[in-house]
Write a protein that binds this ligand. Structure first.
Ligand code: FEO
Length: 396
């Protein structure tokens, strides 16, 4: 069944949602699916902005054909060459063989890598400041390298004052009903997915996101058309402010998170006792995660929310509990900044986890690691030590 929506003058959303997907990039668990957005501009010239993922090929091609209403496609603009958006370039070319590919030099290079059979397709290289005139619309391009790949471009339509923002300002979660975010409850329906998507997919590239936010500040933007999730046409400042926070690694809230690993429950029990003491002393919300039970992408999401992070880790084979090691690896890989860490370790004969965690966390910029370490020998019985540890966290 055709599912397209006119979203602005001459622009139709022709994307599709995949609700069967269980892991994005075969890595991040999804519970509410994802949309792959694609936008068609029908002016004197016709311009398709990005395609979609192979899993939604049939819906996407049906949508495209219906939206085209028998016209030929002049341009296929590639804002982002990752396969969740570029998988259907060949299919589009088969249907509209007269099209010209438009993209950054790197995007067109990636086209050859992903789709070697398209080498002879006419192409137009665009870059920062390039303008594509389509009749009554002028589409200008801005480079957005590493948001989320190096070839990424943003496009700006002067008629609708619409920013086509590639992966930026996107979210996981399929489109339910309205394509417009202002007809949803963003905080209830999408914020957690939007943050988890940002932190895990783009989180490493805060400085690059900052650079494009500075460019965007000089544009008159009335709409944001991302590649995933609903379109923004109201309260844009709300999402832009969040991006400002997230990309500067500023904790979104004053909440505190505790992550524990536990083999037999003793370290977990200590972590939960600490959570009550920390809440008593701070009045702040404390979020507790069992590192074995929680996919690391949700832990990373919580890191972007919380300013203080308390780690409870057993010593395991003279090293770190493996799931905790994975979490720490992600923290350093994503270049987390501006956080305060507190460390608790457990070891029946030779506790070593605090020292090992500290060595990992010292790789992070602008982070504080509290000196007060809670060392547990098998079970926590020292109430005074727990009090001192949680007071240090509260006062940090
Ligand atoms: Fe939605 Fe970086 O691709």
């Amino acid at each position: 069944m055709i599912n397209i929506q006119n979203i602005a003058r001459d622009i139709t959303w022709i994307g599709a949602s995949d609700r069967r997907i269980s892991r994005f990039e075969n890595l991040f668990p999804l519970t509410r699916g994802v949309s792959y957005n694609s936008y068609l501009l029908k002016d004197e010239k016709t311009v398709l902005f990005d395609t979609a993922d192979a899993t939604v090929a049939r819906q996407f091609m049906d949508n495209l054909e219906a939206a085209m209403e028998g016209r030929d496609l002049d341009y296929l603009v590639i804002l982002h060459m990752e396969p969740d958006h570029c998988a259907l370039i060949s299919a589009v070319k088969e249907r509209y063989p007269g099209l010209t590919l438009v993209g950054s030099m790197k995007a067109l290079q990636f086209v050859d890598q992903f789709h070697p059979a398209l080498k002879d397709l006419p192409r137009m290289t665009v870059k920062e400041g390039s303008v594509l005139e389509t009749g009554s619309h002028k589409i200008s391009f801005a480079a957005a390298p590493m948001v989320h790949w190096p070839e990424v471009l943003f496009a700006y339509d002067d008629v609708n004052k619409a920013l086509l923002s590639a992966d930026a300002f996107g979210t996981w979660g399929a489109i339910d009903g309205s394509i417009f975010m202002d007809e949803h409850d963003f905080e209830k329906e999408y914020l957690d997915d939007a943050r988890r998507y940002y932190a895990n997919i783009v989180g490493k590239y805060g400085p690059q996101v900052q650079a494009v936010l500075k460019k965007a500040a000089n544009m008159d933007i009335q709409m944001i058309l991302p590649l995933h999730g609903p379109v923004w046409r109201q309260d844009l400042g709300k999402f832009i402010d969040l991006y400002q926070k997230w990309s500067t690694y500023t904790p979104e809230t004053e909440d505190i998170m505790i992550v524990y690993g536990t083999l037999y429950g003793n370290t977990g029990s200590a972590a939960m006792a600490a959570s009550a003491r920390i809440h008593e002393k701070t009045g702040k919300a404390v979020h507790v995660f069992d590192v074995s039970e929680t996919d690391v992408s949700y832990l990373i999401d919580a890191v972007w929310r919380c300013g203080k992070i308390v780690l409870f880790c057993p010593t395991y084979n003279n090293g770190l509990y493996p799931k905790m090691e994975t979490f720490l690896h992600d923290l350093t890989a994503l270049g987390v900044q501006n956080r305060t860490f507190a460390l608790a370790e457990n070891g029946t004969w030779a506790p070593a986890a605090a020292k090992l965690m500290r060595a990992e966390l010292e790789k992070l910029k602008k982070c504080t690691i509290l000196d007060n370490v809670l060392t547990i020998k098998s079970t926590l019985t020292d109430e005074a030590a727990l009090d001192a540890f949680t007071s240090a966290i509260a006062e940090a």
